[in-house]
Design a protein around this ligand. Structure first.
Ligand SMILES: Cc1ncc(COP(=O)(O)O)c(C=O)c1O
Length: 396
């Protein structure tokens, strides 16, 4: 056998800088990865931890992706995205928000995540601060840290329906504040910020970075107020992962203020080149023909939401602010434990139910658990049944 020559690594060869080391694991993914390990060992797990719709992408989108692969739509595109797609996105966003959108402001990316990364990268330098109202999508503060800046948390109140407290945000502003980053509808709470809150946030001063990826997945006739409606300086993030169940296609976008567009284009050229061409064709098809599938999904999700909320309340969870958008229930689990990571771990190991610890969404989420209801009704019922005896054993 020939000896394979290996590079020799001394302990000190690889140095991860402190600001990168400060990036915390994404706990929802950690739970999912442990659940997969259990499944490989033959255990059946009910997955309520992941933020992934279980419905199918619009057939037209899948068909367009297949056709694109066959016809050779497999090249780099303009780094900002196909002109037709940027135009369709601008028109779609305008139709949903009632605000006209210049297609020049649209940069198409491989998912919403890269759009967040290049936008924060364009705005931040070491020592800067970004206000991130909590509970928040776990990755927001980590994007900020990766850019060498500091996330500044502002706690929300479930008794106020998790409405962001604009006065508290104002009090958190310092000369280093560069942006206010929030989602509406929000992950994990499902809160939809009322128009007066969005207006008050815009009046605080720094640009709004508004993640609207769950727009369209709404209940109780609630409407989303886009940051586009209240500010010309807003960065609005959106994508195809949630509304159209196209998570694995990796397609999203940012609608950026005009003065930032050229910089974002340059960052996109350098770091990602462009989103996949055939995937962009799928995005065009979803916008042209996917409306019906979104309406269907919303109806199905509304039923599952009722089922999960009712079931969790019966088990003893408190749900002070039921979700008005997205597909998560953020439930107060303090009747069972104050350590959400330990409780989630027990539910996984003993009940074989995957849920996300509330602390993943900031320390303000401690004591809560996030349950996704974008899963089969049978999965919700089975998860509730499995959790009942374990929770009964630990109720305080
Ligand atoms: C609030 C929020 N923003 C962004 C993302 C990332 O989405 P994408 O798949 O478009 O990168 C997620 C995914 O769960 C999310 O919940």
């Amino acid at each position: 056998m020939t000896a394979v020559k290996r590079a020799r690594y001394s302990e000190g060869t690889v140095k991860i800088p402190a600001h990168v080391q400060s990036i915390e694991p994404f706990l929802a993914m950690e739970v999912m990865e442990r659940a997969y390990e259990m499944e490989r060992a033959g255990v059946s797990v009910m997955h309520l931890e992941v933020g992934e719709p279980d419905f199918e992408p619009p057939e037209a989108a899948s068909e367009a992706a297949r056709a694109g692969l066959v016809s050779g739509a497999t090249r780099y595109t303009d780094s900002r995205g196909l002109h037709a797609l940027r135009e369709a996105i601008a028109n779609d966003k305008a139709a949903r928000t009632g605000v006209s959108v210049d297609l020049e402001r649209v940069i198409v990316t491989s998912g919403t995540s890269p759009a967040l990364l290049i936008s924060l990268g364009a705005l931040l330098e070491s020592g800067d601060e970004v206000i991130v109202p909590a509970p928040h999508y776990p990755c927001y503060p980590n994007f900020v840290r990766f850019c060498g800046a500091t996330p500044v948390s502002v706690a929300g109140d479930p008794e106020q329906g998790w409405a962001i407290d604009a006065d508290a945000v104002r009090r958190a502003v310092t000369p280093r504040t560069r942006a206010i980053l929030y989602g509406s509808p929000a992950n994990p709470t499902g809160a939809v910020q009322p128009r007066e809150v969005v207006e008050a946030l815009a009046a605080v001063g720094p640009p709004l970075l508004s993640d609207e990826i769950y727009d369209g997945l709404l209940y109780d006739d609630v409407q989303v107020t886009s940051a586009l409606a209240v500010s010309d300086d807003a960065f609005v993030f959106d994508g195809f992962s949630k509304r159209y169940a196209m998570t694995g296609f990796r397609l999203g976008y940012v609608i950026a203020p005009m003065p930032a567009v050229r910089t974002l284009q340059i960052l996109q050229q350098n770091f990602f080149i462009s989103a996949s061409e055939f995937v962009q064709h799928a995005g065009l098809a979803a916008l042209a023909q996917g409306a019906e599938s979104v309406v269907l999904a919303r109806g199905v999700l509304a039923t599952k939401r009722e089922l999960l909320i009712g079931g969790l309340r019966e088990l003893g969870f408190r749900i002070p602010a039921p979700p008005r958008g997205a597909f998560y229930v953020f439930a107060d689990a303090r009747a069972f434990a104050s350590d959400s990571k330990a409780l989630a771990s027990r539910l996984l190991e003993e009940a074989h139910v995957g849920v996300t610890p509330g602390v993943d969404f900031g320390s303000e989420g401690e004591g809560f658990l996030r349950f996704s209801y974008a899963v089969d009704e049978a999965v919700i019922r089975e998860a509730l049944a499995r959790m009942a005896p374990v929770l009964a054993g630990i109720a305080r």
